[in-house]
Design a protein around this ligand. Structure first.
Ligand code: SAH
Length: 356
């Protein structure tokens, strides 16, 4: 990182994040499996199978509602250990014809996680891996992204007397470590801020923009012109607002953002309003976001939990209850996590997707 800054000068927070997470040799996601107890953080599909099962049923139902076509691309962005896709497929395979109608596309950059995904999906044919969504062949698409957008780089802008300046990561020679600084003039990224945030924030306020996330939302929307739907799940906020949400997590605990570079996960909350606007501008219809709690309850999380409980030992029953609770409890993941669906305009006109 020091060499990077010495060569290129101060980095934007977005460039810093991209390097810390994605550097081919030292990047956080390139060098490890970050998930689970032994890793740094855990995610909904790793907590309870009910999460992936409900999403699989949602996908199968959308497929049925939209004519049960063949040659549909089932795409996952940032599939982690492959647990979500495996749980989805197990549940969706109950829909007659679904498995034969799809090909499976995993968008993943980490070689370690690609291996784990291959193992999780060993029972399924027609799985291919891609470095980005652009590489996935065109056609009707069902797409899911859980905790993917939060890992994409964000710019941080600070409101000053001179306008919105770019927060930078600079090298402090005296302490020989990275520190935050500020660009001398206003940043062109300011144009991507929501109008209310750009106009109404106080001096000193921090605002975040993720051109990478907006580009992904645009690409999803364009691809949906061929039909069907996408489901985006992440922690974030419903309305664009100022605030510094950049965080580092290591060993299931928060860590200072500029420590442990490449050794800690870096994420930012997702601005769902901005994602929805980008999708709408590209010709698709966003639905929600609604809370993960409402989405899961509406799709029958408690019925599925009770079905699992009926076959469980007392020890298993305890785990099943607490894990489902963790996903829907407002004090845990229930309301911080949001779910947004995106459909092509023509489809949205008829009916909103299940749960929305
Ligand atoms: N969806 C999984 C994992 C979330 S962690 C789950 O819910 O458990 C983020 C995932 O996105 C990891 O698989 C990581 O390797 C992948 N990832 C991060 N940045 C990426 C990028 N730019 N392109 C593709 N995959 C990326």
């Amino acid at each position: 990182m020091k060499r990077c800054i010495a060569l290129d000068g101060p980095l934007t927070v977005a460039d810093f994040m991209a390097a810390a997470l994605g550097h081919p040799q030292y990047g956080y996601y390139r060098t490890r499996d970050p998930l689970g107890m032994a890793g740094d953080f855990t995610t909904a599909p790793e907590i309870s199978q009910v999460f992936g099962e409900l999403i699989g049923l949602w996908m199968a139902e959308m497929w049925r509602l939209h004519g049960s076509s063949t040659g549909v691309r089932l795409v996952e962005l940032g599939p982690g250990r492959g647990t979500l896709m495996a749980d989805m497929l197990r549940a969706a395979s109950r829909m007659p014809g679904f498995l034969d109608a799809i090909t499976i596309h995993m968008v993943e950059t980490s070689p370690t996680l690609r291996r784990a995904q291959g193992q999780a999906l060993a029972a399924y044919a027609k799985v291919t891996w891609h470095d980005n969504l652009t590489e996935v062949p065109d056609g009707q698409m069902l797409l899911v992204a859980n905790e993917f957008l939060d890992a994409l780089p964000i710019h941080q802008l600070v409101r000053t007397e001179k306008g919105w300046c770019e927060k930078l990561v600079v090298w402090d020679e005296s302490t020989d470590r990275p520190v935050f600084g500020l660009s001398p003039g206003a940043s062109p990224v300011e144009n991507l801020l929501a109008d209310n945030v750009r106009r109404n924030s106080e001096i000193g306020a921090v605002a975040e923009v993720s051109p990478h996330s907006l580009a992904v939302a645009t690409e999803i929307a364009q691809r949906l012109q061929s039909g069907i739907a996408a489901l985006i799940v992440d922690y974030g906020y419903r309305d664009s607002a100022a605030g510094d949400t950049l965080q580092a997590v290591k060993n299931h605990d928060y860590a200072p953002v500029l420590d442990n570079i490449g050794e800690a996960d870096l994420t930012a909350h997702v601005d769902f309003a901005a994602v929805g606007r980008a999708a709408a501008e590209a010709g698709a219809t966003p639905h929600g976001p609604i809370t993960q709690r409402d989405f899961m309850l509406d799709l029958g999380a408690l019925h599925r939990r009770d079905a699992l409980l009926a076959r469980a030992t007392p020890a298993q029953a305890k785990v099943i209850k607490t894990s489902v609770q963790r996903l829907i409890d407002p004090k845990e993941m229930g309301t911080l996590f949001k779910v947004m669906a995106v459909t092509a305009n023509s489809e949205a006109a008829a009916n909103p997707p299940p749960g929305f």
